[in-house]
Design a protein around this ligand. Structure first.
Ligand code: BES
Ligand code: MN
Ligand code: ZN
Length: 466
């Protein structure tokens, strides 16, 4: 889809001119007001659309009026969703060219373009029949700058979605490393199994050892001009989570190619930094591997030694993500960064608690957590902070090691959180659990079924404003 800017869209010979209408007001265009929209019970509510023929009065073939709700409630989230719904409608109509002439009251370019690009997204590379797409969209009443930034965000989300939608046979640890190495403006170091062993990452290696796919530890780095802050982002990169020897039942395993959605998010974020040019240093870290059963798998009862020397009794091989993150967290803290953020499809418990509406967030610095939550607000990504009471560690106590990798079934997201805390030292840290938000089993909000790319928008906004 091509995206353009023009302030003369009324004279463009497009298939459809899209305009907006607020509840209780008239449309922004005289031509549309000459038709009795009210008579047809088109009230301008969010999600409502109304189609008009233009009969040659303007070069556009048709006018699509999109309801935008109350003017006073109209902001970035509302415009993104209105454009998303309009583009979905344009696709149904099989329109090829369109122009948006929204009267939003603000420069809606960035959110509008994100909405359009999210609507344009389809994972159809393996389908003979491709999705219906709009070829070209022109936006009016926006700045070129905001549109450019929307395009950068949109492309990053697309990269993240593509990687988590891909079958595990494609998105292997090796493939993730290749993608990392192909990113422009980023320097990437990739460590193989022997190097991971030399670095002392015994917890991560144990998870990896059951698979024929060798692990890859990926370290990407972006350096801005006047570095004001150093941040490390860690993405959980389990390319397939079968559960290991504590194997998952079929229904739970079905979508476990998505268990690298945290890694996909970090790759998406890193891919945009060269163009967004924030004045910071960003390290993107992924401990990529598969969790598989096999003759060489790690076993319940094994004792692992993480990079910081702490020992872990394996209670359940399906609690693998926290083991890989443990070593990545120790590695991140040794980089001397100011902040560490990890993002992971970590626990079914978080999904049970918050559903698909919000991701769980925890950490050791409430001020930083609030800044992350704020960064997501205008971007349509919600977070809910979960507590990190020391009581949650009680069920992780082991008689033969420093801790077990799983504890009580209750409060499972927080138990995982306090487990991770054992590997964080002298740094501000936030942990984001996207088990419920990363991958949908039906279309919701601005996403089709499958990968949402959750976290990309928030973390990019966070990095460019904080
Ligand atoms: N990858 C899963 C968590 C998950 C579940 C992500 C559903 C997305 C959707 C994780 O590795 C896992 O298996 N967690 C276990 C932990 C348990 C063994 C303590 C879980 O949540 O059941
Ligand atoms: Mn698991
Ligand atoms: Zn997992």
């Amino acid at each position: 889809m091509e995206i353009k800017v023009s302030n003369d869209v009324k004279n463009l010979p497009v298939d459809v001119l899209v305009i907006n209408m607020f509840e209780g007001e008239k449309t922004s265009q005289e031509l549309a007001n000459t038709y009795a929209i009210e008579r047809d019970k088109f009230e301008g509510k969010p999600g409502q659309t109304y189609l008009l023929q233009t009969y040659g009065k303007i070069p556009a073939q048709k006018i699509l009026v999109t309801g935008c709700g109350k003017r006073e409630e109209f902001g970035e989230n509302e415009v993104r969703s209105a454009v998303y719904k309009s583009v979905k409608k344009l696709q149904q109509m099989q329109a090829k060219t369109a122009a948006f002439d929204f009267d939003a009251g603000f420069d809606y370019g960035k959110s509008g373009v994100i909405g359009a690009m999210l609507a344009d997204y389809a994972f159809d590379k393996y389908k003979s029949e491709k999705a219906k797409r709009v070829d070209e969209i022109t936006f009016a009443n926006v700045s070129q700058e905001s549109v450019n930034s929307g395009v950068i965000f949109g492309n990053s989300i697309k990269l993240a979605r593509d990687l988590s939608n891909e079958p595990a046979a494609y998105a292997t640890p090796k493939k993730l490393a290749e993608v990392a190495q192909s990113l422009e403006g980023i320097t990437t170091e990739v460590f193989d199994k022997d190097e991971i062993e030399r670095m002392g990452m015994g917890a991560y290696l144990a998870v990896a050892q059951g698979s024929k796919q060798p692990p890859r530890f990926i370290h990407m780095k972006y350096s801005g001009k006047n570095v004001k802050k150093k941040v490390a982002l860690i993405g959980k990169g389990i390319c397939f989570d079968s559960g290991g020897l504590d194997i998952k039942p079929p229904a739970s395993m079905l979508t476990m190619r998505d268990d690298m959605s945290g890694a996909a998010c970090v790759l998406g974020v890193m891919s945009a930094l060269k163009e967004l040019k924030p004045d910071i240093e960003v390290h993107g870290l992924i401990a990529a591997c598969e969790n598989m059963p096999g003759g060489n798998s790690y076993k319940p009862g094994d004792i692992l030694k993480a990079k910081n020397g702490k020992t872990i009794e394996v209670d359940n091989t399906d609690a693998e993500g926290r083991l890989t993150l443990a070593d990545a967290l120790v590695y991140a803290c040794e980089l001397g960064v100011d902040e560490v953020i990890d993002i992971a499809t970590l626990t079914g418990a978080c999904m049970v608690a918050l559903g698909t509406a919000a991701a769980g967030i925890m950490g050791n610095d409430d001020e930083m957590i609030n800044r992350i939550i704020d960064a997501g607000k205008n971007m349509g990504e919600k977070y809910w902070q979960l507590p990190m009471y020391k009581e949650y560690f009680n069920s992780l106590k082991s008689e033969i090691a420093d801790m077990k990798n799983t504890g009580s079934r209750y409060g499972g997201a927080q138990t995982a959180g306090v487990f991770l805390r054992e590997f964080v030292k002298d740094v501000k840290w936030a942990h984001i659990d996207i088990a419920g938000t990363a991958f949908l089993d039906k279309p919701e909000k601005e996403s089709i079924k499958g990968a949402t790319g959750f976290g990309v928008r928030t973390l990019l906004s966070y990095l460019i404003t904080n």
